[in-house]
Design a protein around this ligand. Structure first.
Ligand code: KIV
Ligand code: ZN
Length: 392
């Protein structure tokens, strides 16, 4: 892969806006500032700091982040109403780099029942909103919610109008997580070929995880021309959540041969910011969660442990250290094999025959291994103290 063929994918983090919409989560100002600094250290390109019209508190918080956090572009959300856009612009005033993110709805069900507007009125209000937002900044993002349930001819017309009105980033939200990777990728390719090609406009992807396809859909978008991914730490967000930042970043990094792309994320910060968000939101990361779950780099079965002890790559596609975690761990349990058992005893400082005249000989090791299996059957996971009491 040559450097010139590698596309730079921008990471737009919306943990503080869409992520905070997770049921039961409410972050206070100092917690949000702490997360925003964590995101800046992580190297995200854009932080969506909030939706300033929703409350004075949100306005204050976006203003503080705009004042204090340096590095990423700071974005604020606004509906197409002038008051929303003015409030977003005011909150972003102190930012080094600012973006106003204007959104409307694109599906018939949302236009009819939520906006109570005809499709033509939606296009008209979107054009006015984007033009108005451009009076405050030359970085304006436009989104039409629920595109995957919308009429695609209308989606193309809506986004073409937004670009002509001055939108510099067009974001294609699968708001309810309805699309499949092939359908969503095909729509992104259509947007690229029919309305973006040849213009200085970025295509962005924004997926929700209702059917567990947010990561796959976001990556399908990258394969079809998107260069910005909207995502959250640990995939938190409304209902089943948003695309998980750590998953798309590590997929692009680990499979750079396939995606021919890279992000600017300092991957070694991933674990730290994941823990921070989990602690401050109270949302526990499941053990089997990709990249950041407790078990993501743990091996329990004897065959896997034996393989990893012989050569890490037998069962590992990335190093734990690369995402800021300790080297892969061997979990001792009923599936563990003799090789891992032996290694665990050595790590605890026990000497084995051959290393020392007084070390445990093969017979003793075999007898201990039988008792270890009996204990593991009863107890599940075996910890260092269990091993010590077995030996001693
Ligand atoms: O899911 C969604 O459609 C959104 C928009 C505001 C971009 O979060
Ligand atoms: Zn969303």
């Amino acid at each position: 892969m040559t450097a010139s063929s590698t596309r730079r994918i921008h990471i737009f983090d919306t943990t503080l806006r869409d992520g905070e919409q997770s049921p039961g989560v409410a972050l206070n100002h100092s917690q949000k500032i702490e997360i925003a600094h964590g995101l800046a250290r992580l190297g995200v390109d854009v932080i969506e700091a909030g939706f300033p019209i929703t409350s004075d508190g949100d306005f204050e918080c976006v203003s503080r982040i705009a004042r204090e956090v340096r590095g990423p572009t700071i974005a604020a959300l606004a509906r197409t109403a002038r008051a929303d856009i003015e409030r977003a612009a005011a909150a972003l005033e102190a930012a080094q780099k600012r973006r106003i993110h204007v959104f409307t709805s694109a599906s018939a069900v949302q236009m009819q029942h939520m906006l109570r507007k005809t499709p033509e009125q939606v296009i008209e209000s979107s054009v006015r909103a984007v033009e108005f937002a451009r009076q405050f900044t030359d970085d304006v993002e436009f989104s039409g919610q629920d595109v995957m349930r919308a009429d695609f001819e209308f989606v193309i017309r809506l986004y073409r109008a937004a670009i002509e009105a001055g939108a510099t980033v067009i974001n294609i939200p699968d708001t309810v997580g309805y699309g499949t990777p092939i359908e969503y990728g095909a729509l992104i390719a259509r947007v690229r070929d029919e309305i973006v090609m040849g213009r200085n406009v970025e295509i962005s992807t924004h997926c929700h995880d209702d059917l567990g396809m947010a990561t796959a859909n976001s990556l399908a978008a990258v394969e079809n021309g998107a260069t910005q991914i909207e995502c959250t730490i640990n995939g938190i967000g409304e209902r089943a959540g948003n695309t998980a930042l750590e998953e798309v970043v590590m997929a692009i990094h680990t499979r750079r041969d396939h995606y021919q792309a890279e992000t600017g994320i300092h991957t070694r910060e991933i674990n730290r910011v994941s823990r921070l968000v989990s602690r401050l939101t109270g949302m526990v990361v499941p053990g089997n969660k990709a990249i950041v779950g407790d078990n993501a780099f743990a091996h329990e079965s004897g065959i896997h442990q034996d393989g990893v002890l012989k050569h890490k790559e037998t069962y590992e596609i990335m190093n734990a250290e690369l995402v800021g975690r300790e080297a892969a761990v061997m979990v001792m349990g009923k599936h563990s094999g003799r090789a891992a058992f032996r290694k665990a005893l050595q790590d605890l400082g026990y000497e084995l025959e051959g290393e020392n005249d007084h070390g445990l000989n093969d017979d003793a090791l075999n007898a201990l291994f039988v008792r270890f299996k009996e204990l593991a059957d009863r107890k599940g996971q075996i910890y260092a103290d269990d091993l010590r009491s077995l030996v001693e």
